[in-house]
Write a protein that binds this ligand. Structure first.
Ligand code: HEM
Length: 405
């Protein structure tokens, strides 16, 4: 056993046993952040804070929620919303948080794409980030089942039906996932378990991994500059703060992060108090009814782009297109063949690729909300889905011929 001296303070006592000071140095006081980054680099911490809000509000909701097909709807819409003190507040925080977290995830992802933050050395940051995207998608979907309203039931029906594999008609698999022929008690219980236990654990694990992957390559910066961290850190520690290209995470960068978070939370709570309805589908205020299909079934806004990729094609093709759309962003670091780490504006054809992809995803999102009955909108949806795939096919070619900066 190591030799232990008498500690002079509580902090020292812990440090002797847990190396707290080394941990603080490695993770905070000497974790170096480039100076040339903008507010978009605060989105990661904004995401972590929003996840924290979701966990806390979720714990309060869990105290009154009933995972039972006969009681779930009332436990949310009656008990929590009207009987429990401030139950409405926790529900609005949870609902708004679930929607806004996707907006921030998309901003965070497209920031990474714009600045090339997924390139050599940073592939694992990107892959763990994509893991988080998929895990959050599953978390949002499973949570959507819990109020057991009409949209919970029918979205659950439609999405689990996807696992029948089109013409393969693998209905055994669908029934296995549901635990029944249709969404019913077994279905609700397992999605409840996924939502409150398994998926949050996976998300926490992935966040730890995501933070770990940032440690060695460091975050990118808005010029794509390859910083000599040892030299920059030496200058900073010598007191030459002006010439050093970096600042420590704690306390300097964190103060900026907290400022951005402050602005974000003002907007967040504005939505919670005054515009929570945008995060709640009116159809889901009708209790689930397996005998009454809603006229128009659509997912929440953050799934609309991939839903629209599924819709315009025939059954099998749609399913394949949908499956590819779900995972293709994982491949970004390997399909972008250019060695340039730079903002898209400085990168030849990639500049157009970036904006075309962003606009295409937005168009797909808007089209995904519209009923499939209008021929014009259906055609725009089809063209946007084709553009989506054309862009991914073009990516290795346009980045291969990109001039080295
Ligand atoms: C939802 C949970 C997430 C959390 C809590 C999170 C957290 C963070 C944090 C704190 C940073 C460092 C600061 C910053 O650049 O903002 C970061 C960087 C990064 N994240 Fe995430 N992230 C999440 C999801 C994602 C997703 C979905 C992606 C994309 C697939 C992603 C990709 C990246 C990339 C590429 C970087 C490096 C940025 C750079 O080097 O400049 N993250 N993340």
């Amino acid at each position: 056993m190591a030799h232990f001296e008498k500690a002079n303070s509580v902090g020292e006592w812990f440090d002797q046993r847990l190396a707290i000071n080394t941990l603080k140095r490695v993770l905070a006081f000497e974790y170096w952040i480039p100076k040339n980054i903008n507010f978009l680099w605060a989105m990661g911490m904004v995401l972590a804070a929003t996840f924290g809000m979701l966990v806390v509000s979720g714990i309060f909701l869990l105290m009154y929620y009933q995972p039972n097909v006969d009681l779930a709807f009332d436990s949310v819409n009656y008990t929590i919303m009207t009987e429990v003190g401030y139950g409405w507040l926790w529900r609005h925080i949870h609902g708004v948080g679930a929607s806004v977290v996707f907006l921030i995830i998309y901003i965070h992802m497209f920031t990474g794409i714009y600045y090339g933050s997924y390139k050599k050395g940073r592939e694992l940051i990107w892959l763990s980030g994509m893991g988080l995207f998929v895990a959050f998608s599953a978390e949002a979907f499973s949570g959507y089942m819990l109020p057991w309203g009409q949209m919970s039931y029918w979205a659950g029906m439609v999405i689990t039906n996807l696992f029948s594999g089109g013409s393969l008609e693998a209905y055994g698999l669908v029934e296995w996932i549901r635990g029944d022929y249709v969404p019913a008690q077994a279905f609700l219980t397992r999605f409840f378990m996924l939502h409150v236990l398994l998926l949050p654990l996976v998300i926490i694990g992935l966040i730890v991994l995501h933070f770990g992957t940032l440690r060695i390559p460091h975050v990118n910066n808005q010029d794509g500059e390859d910083i000599d961290y040892e030299e920059a850190a030496r200058l900073y520690k010598e007191g030459n703060v002006k010439d050093s290209k970096v600042i420590p995470f704690q306390p300097v960068f964190l103060a900026k992060d907290i400022f951005v978070m402050g602005v974000y939370f003002i907007l967040f709570f504005y939505l919670v108090f005054y515009h929570f309805e945008f995060a709640m589908d009116p159809v889901n205020f009708d209790p689930a009814d397996g005998l009454k299909t809603p006229a128009h079934i659509y997912p929440e806004w953050y799934f609309l782009w991939s839903y629209e990729i599924l819709r315009p094609f025939s059954k099998d093709l749609g399913l394949i297109a949908f499956a590819i759309a779900q995972v293709i962003f994982f491949a970004l670091p390997f399909l972008d063949k250019s060695p340039n780490v730079a903002p898209a504006s400085k990168r030849g054809l990639f500049k157009f690729w970036f904006w075309a992809m962003l606009i295409d995803v937005l168009v797909l999102t808007f089209m995904g909300k519209l009923p499939p009955t209008d021929a014009l909108f259906a055609n725009i949806g089809l063209i946007s889905a084709l553009v989506f795939f054309a862009l991914w096919i073009a990516l290795p070619f346009i980045t291969k011929i990109e001039k080295k900066l």
